[in-house]
Design a protein around this ligand. Structure first.
Ligand SMILES: Nc1ncnc2c1ncn2[C@@H]1O[C@H](COP(=O)(O)OP(=O)(O)OP(=O)(O)O)[C@@H](O)[C@H]1O
Ligand SMILES: [Mg+2]
Length: 462
């Protein structure tokens, strides 16, 4: 059997004006269908399967299986483009903290889908490479950070333990950590029965016996300071540090944020090598400074933004090059135009364009053909899933915002356009902020946390 015939248009130029068949996994299935299913032995079956697939695997650079792009929350991109400055800054932070030098930790802020989680995870890998102990939490509204912090520090200490020469010191800190975890006053989330009624203590899975009288007062501020100081001292013994990564940091309840800042402040003063590295929405600095005025001296805020044209091109071309695929200059220009440089969109449009393209180099026409499908996917996954979480009143509020344009808008303007009193809209606005769909940009103004959300809403039927 010949396989070239299964890939129409792949070798011959496509006749002008004829819509191309999208290249999709179905092409592979078509090839499979032509395999001689009647082959008697399995060896013969696999030989004919190989014959069907090999030319595609070996010689087809546009194979969807090899599509390198990765649209998805927290998904590691094939190329981390345009973040060299932040990576260099974090290198310096790690080095200085491990040496006991005064240094502000970093907090990444930015809109949805700009790559905060991915960068936070990269920072974590950098810390691990330097043999630091690391742990990560994702904050949730209305959930105390005590247990997640306990679990994350447990992980960090387990990373350090095998290299520590004084096992009793590790054992002691684990005992303090256990006491800290058990000092939680809330019942375990989602559990019922004895534990929820306060009959049993939460078991954090630490074997060491709990150490009494340290980090177990029940006051998070006092307990975090003691726990951080003790944990940091074990890292000092090893000449490394501990990094606690907190994603969605704006969701930490106000009391806990304040306790966390105090603990970081305390550590910064005594030079303990433990840092908290955060990521969150653009209003996170405002949340932190409302809690503690000195928070600006604790953290260096790095605003993570859209990629420049050069970085967005690189995000697309570098992974393609590894697969022997090129982009034409017009294709890159078209992709930048529609993605606006937002990393999530770069990955989403890049992925669908690859699947639709027939040949390398990928052309602007490939982009034009792929764009509607990519938009549809974004409408369901990226925008729709968020829109669905809003109540009817919240949707009205967001639509009114969208109608006023893409820049941050005055809350009073939203009220006027809805013919309502601003105070009557506060519940809808506050709950949208809590859901992470909008944020208060400056005093009295609000904006969408999701790029291009206004445009999406304006296209929705009423
Ligand atoms: N520097 C980058 N270069 C190329 N692609 C990137 C880059 N950073 C992130 N991406 C891609 O962008 C998408 C979103 O990344 P990520 O989930 O880290 O964003 P986020 O800012 O954490 O979003 P959210 O606020 O919704 O949590 C992922 O598909 C990721 O692969
Ligand atoms: Mg994220």
């Amino acid at each position: 059997m010949t396989t070239a015939a299964h890939v129409p248009g792949r070798t011959a130029p496509r006749p002008a004006g004829v819509g191309r068949a999208p290249h999709s996994p179905f092409d592979d299935r078509r090839a499979l269908r032509r395999v001689d299913w009647g082959a008697r032995s399995s060896a013969a079956f696999y030989r004919s399967l190989e014959a069907a697939l090999e030319p595609r695997i070996e010689s087809d650079p546009m194979d969807p299986v090899r599509n390198p792009y990765a649209p998805g929350a927290g998904q590691r991109p094939p190329e981390l483009a345009g973040r060299d400055r932040e990576l260099r800054q974090f290198e310096v932070v790690l080095e200085r903290v491990a040496r006991g030098r005064p240094e502000r930790s970093m907090v990444l802020t930015g809109l949805r889908g700009v790559g905060k989680t991915v960068l936070l995870n990269t920072f974590r890998s950098m810390a691990i490479q330097r043999l630091w102990g690391t742990g990560k939490i994702e904050a949730r509204p209305d959930q105390s950070i005590r247990r997640p912090v306990a679990a994350a520090l447990h992980m960090a200490l387990r990373e350090l333990a095998p290299r520590h020469l004084a096992p009793d010191r590790i054992e002691h800190v684990l005992g303090v950590l256990k006491a800290f975890a058990q000092a939680d006053s809330d019942p375990p989330a989602g559990r019922s029965g004895r534990a929820a009624r306060g009959g049993a203590r939460w078991q954090p899975g630490i074997e060491a016996p709990a150490v009494r009288g340290r980090a177990d007062s029940g006051d998070l501020e006092i307990d975090l300071v003691e726990l951080f100081v003790d944990a940091a001292s074990t890292a000092t013994d090893l000449g490394v540090g501990i990094a606690l990564f907190i994603d969605e940091m704006q969701d930490i309840p106000a009391d806990d944020i304040s306790a966390l800042c105090t603990a970081c402040h305390e550590l910064a003063q005594n030079g303990g090598p433990l840092i908290v590295v955060g990521a969150g929405l653009p209003h996170l600095p405002a949340v932190l400074s409302a809690s503690k005025s000195y928070s600006e001296r604790l953290f260096r805020y790095a605003r993570i933004d859209r990629l420049s044209r050069g970085a967005a091109d690189h995000a697309l071309t570098a992974p393609a090059e590894l697969e022997g695929v090129e982009f034409g200059p017009e294709a890159l220009a078209a992709l930048y135009e529609i993605s606006d440089g937002y990393p999530f969109f770069v990955q989403a449009y890049g992925k669908v364009t690859w699947d639709h393209a027939l040949h390398s180099p990928i052309t602007a026409e490939d982009v034009a053909i792929a764009a509607p499908e990519a938009e549809e996917e974004l409408a369901v996954g990226f925008f729709g899933s968020r829109y669905d979480r809003a109540t009817p009143a919240e949707r009205d509020y967001m639509r009114a915002m969208a109608a006023l344009g893409d820049d941050p808008v005055q809350t009073t303007e939203v009220a006027t356009s809805l013919g309502r009193k601003p105070s009557s809209l506060s519940p809808a606005r506050d709950s949208l902020i809590k859901k992470g769909l909008i944020y208060s940009a400056e005093r009295g103004t609000i904006a969408f946390t999701v790029p291009h959300f206004g445009r999406f809403l304006r296209r929705q039927p009423d």
